[in-house]
Design a protein around this ligand. Structure first.
Ligand SMILES: Nc1ncnc2c1ncn2[C@@H]1O[C@H](COP(=O)(O)OP(=O)(O)O)[C@@H](O)[C@H]1O
Ligand SMILES: [Mg+2]
Length: 259
């Protein structure tokens, strides 16, 4: 599986008469992990939806590799890109195992039988998120954190070279947040998967990602490696936050200390 990049070119996107992002040109580098950061309501989920072709831009384009995603066939797109929305919706009564199996849909023909490979990939996805004993449990009976990991297993089972994840750690306690971020980091480093995550924890974002896209109330503040993006002046612009940034004594990555 070769690494794949996403980029936007002069992207304008929003809802009916409300424009959310204007003239946004960013690249999400192939084979790297990118965090999208910014305050509530600045357009992170909107951006992710546009990147996954769930929202059409009013202007500008999104490229997956060299191809305009609006000219890419749906089946090909779903074999290359998986998205975990911020608020995914499941059919009532669905079991965790059934949910994860849905990740295999893009890889199966209309009449092709379920294969041993499909089973193996789904099992591996459940193991990866620490949910191997949960296949027979209804999704609706799980805790928020368990549910979130079940959804994560679904996108892992889709087995794409590109993952877009909207707040994949939002319901998780700190050890589980780190577990999920490590899991994504391992996918990125071992399989070359391009990982793009919307995150809120600035320190974890800086620690687990190669590249940061920082949005503010008026669009892009800056983008680049954590050390150049997570600075007091950029945090002020994006979040109106007064903070000092020191070097994390364990990882040497930027660590934000709000004032
Ligand atoms: N479906 C929608 N219809 C209309 N406006 C929306 C919709 N979804 C989000 N918005 C608005 O778009 C802006 C950006 O939202 P969103 O991308 O969800 O922000 P974030 O993910 O950064 O918190 C907000 O002002 C929000 O109210
Ligand atoms: Mg959001």
């Amino acid at each position: 599986m070769s690494a794949i990049s996403l980029r936007t070119e002069s992207l304008c996107v929003g809802y009916r008469d409300r424009s959310v992002l204007e003239n946004l040109t960013i690249g999400l580098p192939a084979g790297q992990s990118t965090a999208i950061l910014g305050p509530n309501g600045c357009g992170k989920s909107t951006l992710l939806s546009a990147l996954a072709r769930l929202l059409a831009p009013s202007h500008g384009r999104v490229f997956l590799g060299d191809a305009d995603i609006h000219k890419t066939k749906t089946r090909l797109l779903s074999r290359q890109l998986a998205i975990l929305p911020q608020f995914p919706i499941a059919p009532e009564g669905i079991l965790v195992g059934e949910l994860v199996k849905r990740g295999r849909t893009p890889w199966r023909g209309l009449f092709s039988p379920w294969s041993a490979t499909d089973t193996e990939i789904c099992q591996k996805a459940l193991i990866a998120v620490g949910m191997e004993g949960f296949a027979e449990r209804p999704l609706s009976e799980l805790s928020g954190g368990q549910r979130q990991r079940a959804w994560l297993a679904l996108v892992l089972a889709q087995d794409t070279p590109l993952l877009l994840l909207d707040e994949p750690t939002s319901f998780l306690d700190l050890p589980h947040q780190i577990e999920v971020l490590r899991l994504l980091q391992n996918r990125n480093k071992n399989a070359g998967t391009t990982v793009v995550s919307v995150l809120h924890d600035l320190n974890l974002a800086g620690r687990f990602n190669d590249h940061i896209v920082l949005l503010g109330p008026d669009g892009l503040v800056t983008k680049g490696p954590p050390e150049t993006v997570i600075t007091p002046s950029n945090l002020k612009k994006a979040f109106d936050l007064d903070a000092r940034v020191i070097s994390d004594p364990v990882t040497n990555r930027p660590m934000v200390v709000p004032l």
